[in-house]
Design a protein around this ligand. Structure first.
Ligand code: KIV
Ligand code: ZN
Length: 510
């Protein structure tokens, strides 16, 4: 069995299925480029049949990514496979990932298909996919709740039809580690020609065991793991890439496998995904949380100073924390700014966009003495969305005084028209949101409002995430500013702008 572990990243597909995490084409390209830099083997760039926009994003990623394989998801039907095949056409290495549910409950209640029909659809899908590419992956959705005998039968059939990777998803996050190891062993032993394919795990985190189950699958013979940056994904998320990679690397004594990952690119990837999707990383999150390498207690600090390995099993530098220190200041010039953006993989495509970003950087540097990489990520994030904005904040004046009701006076650009509005609220943020709503009348429901300091210090920028729902659509918006009320207004407007894009897309698993 191979000693190479393939890393399949599905941040742009399963990760995007998190509420409000939908990304624009340019945002997806930026993440894909960072994933390539990280050394991910396969980038699942989306689900082409979801909408024409999704297909275009996959195609655009396929055009720019050279080292990683670019993959599209497809249900086991002709329309999906053709959409996926067309989307990956420009790729240097392209894969189609087709799937169908195999558990009794999914076959009976969701698909309303007999097991024989499911096998037939899977074989037809793989054969059609092979007309587009030699690299075809087959997934048995809800595999961990499926009959192992039925799985061996369907896997045998799709391997004969030309599948090269067999993925065994724990779709609902139901598995437990020691049984997952046994399950993989049983499937690999019971499937004819199992040595001709790569076995893969795809675990969800509903019981908090996605990473453990993925690693258990590896012990049972899996040589590909499907995961996402920061564990983003449907419901409780997918297995976190950074945790799997660092576990395999740190516990080489147990796994004895190599990956192609450049671990120093982990933290930059985490920051980029968090700032684009508006999903903050909890401070105590393994590997990429702000506290993951902070030694609070005096005893620990003393130990680490004397000998790092006393309390640290991996170094902050090895996962890219060192690069995330202070980078630029007020006196930094355009060249320094440009080269730092290049190093971070977020250099805008046009000189015009770079100039706009540099002007924003100078404004920020006037307010804030030290500019960190996190500031740059959020600044570039703001800039890259400019062209799709209907609403843009021109100015905001908020009056908040003890014993008085706070008020907000807002000036907005609404599709080129300048509009003024005033509103009162329970607090300054409430007054600001009410002012925006007086103009926008969006009829949305506010699902989430969260504020995070991007860096440390009271001059840090506050990064605000706002999640809005309207009918069946959920969107996230972000805004960053040294003034958190301004950041809140920007986040609210960014969510409204996303809602205004009006993208309607199919969900692959519903
Ligand atoms: O969780 C799941 O089963 C999936 C499949 C589409 C692979 O995401
Ligand atoms: Zn999934």
């Amino acid at each position: 069995m191979s000693d190479r572990l393939y890393i399949f990243d599905t941040t742009l597909r399963d990760g995007e299925q998190s509420p409000g995490a939908s990304m624009t084409r340019d945002e997806k390209i930026r993440i894909a480029k960072q994933l390539e830099k990280l050394g991910v083997d396969i980038i699942e760039a989306g689900f082409a049949a979801a909408s024409p926009g999704d297909a275009e994003s996959i195609q655009a990623i396929a055009e720019v990514i050279k080292d990683s394989t670019v993959c599209s998801l497809a249900r086991a039907n002709e329309r999906d496979i053709r959409a996926a095949g067309n989307a990956i056409k420009p790729a240097t290495h392209g894969r189609i990932h087709t799937f169908i549910a195999t558990s009794p409950i999914h076959m009976e209640k969701k698909l309303r298909m007999q097991p024989d029909q499911v096998v037939e659809a899977a074989v037809a899908a793989v054969k059609l996919a092979r007309e587009y590419t030699d690299d075809v992956e087959f997934s048995a959705e809800d595999a961990l709740r499926s009959e192992p005998e039925f799985l061996c039968r369907i896997f045998d059939a799709v391997i004969q039809a030309g599948a090269k990777t067999i993925n065994v998803p724990d779709t609902v996050g139901y598995a437990v580690p020691h049984l997952t190891t046994d399950f993989f062993r049983k499937l690999i032993e019971g499937t004819p020609n199992s040595d001709k394919v790569i076995w893969s795990a795809h675990c969800h985190n509903d019981l908090g065991m996605a990473v453990s189950n993925s690693l258990a699958a590896v012990l049972g013979g899996a040589r590909q793991v499907e995961c996402t940056i920061n564990g983003l994904g449907e419901r409780a998320g997918n297995a976190a890439l950074e945790e799997i990679v660092m576990a395999v690397r740190t516990r080489k004594d147990i796994f004895d496998l190599t990956t192609r990952i450049d671990t120093t690119q982990i933290v930059p990837a985490s920051k980029l995904v968090s700032s684009i999707t508006g999903y903050p990383v909890q401070p105590n999150k393994a590997v990429v949380g702000a506290n993951a390498f902070a030694h609070e207690s005096g005893i620990h600090q003393d130990g680490v100073l004397k000998h790092r390995e006393t309390y640290e099993i991996m170094s902050a530098e090895s996962v890219g924390w060192a690069q995330n220190k202070l980078t630029l200041g007020k006196l930094s010039g355009r060249n320094a700014f440009r080269s730092r953006l290049q190093e971070l993989g977020v250099l805008p495509d046009s000189e015009e966009a770079l100039n706009a970003a540099f002007a924003r950087f100078k404004e920020l540097a006037d307010k804030k003495r030290e500019i960190f990489d996190e500031d740059l990520y959020s600044l570039i994030g703001d800039e890259s969305n400019l062209y799709i904005e209907r609403y843009k904040l021109i100015s905001l004046k908020v009056i908040s005084e003890t014993g008085e009701q706070p008020s907000a006076h807002l000036v907005l650009n609404d599709s080129g028209d300048e509009k003024h509005v005033e509103a009162l609220g329970a607090g300054p943020v409430d007054a600001t949101f009410k002012a925006i709503e007086t103009l926008a009348c969006s009829e949305t429901k506010l699902l989430l409002y969260s504020v995070n300091a991007i860096t440390s210090g009271t001059d840090s920028q506050g990064e605000v995430t706002v999640r809005l729902a309207k009918e069946d659509r959920v969107v996230n918006g972000q805004g960053a500013d040294t003034d958190i009320i301004v950041a809140s207004a920007k986040a609210y407007l960014s969510a409204l702008n996303r809602l205004d894009e009006g993208i309607h897309r199919a969900h692959p698993q519903v």
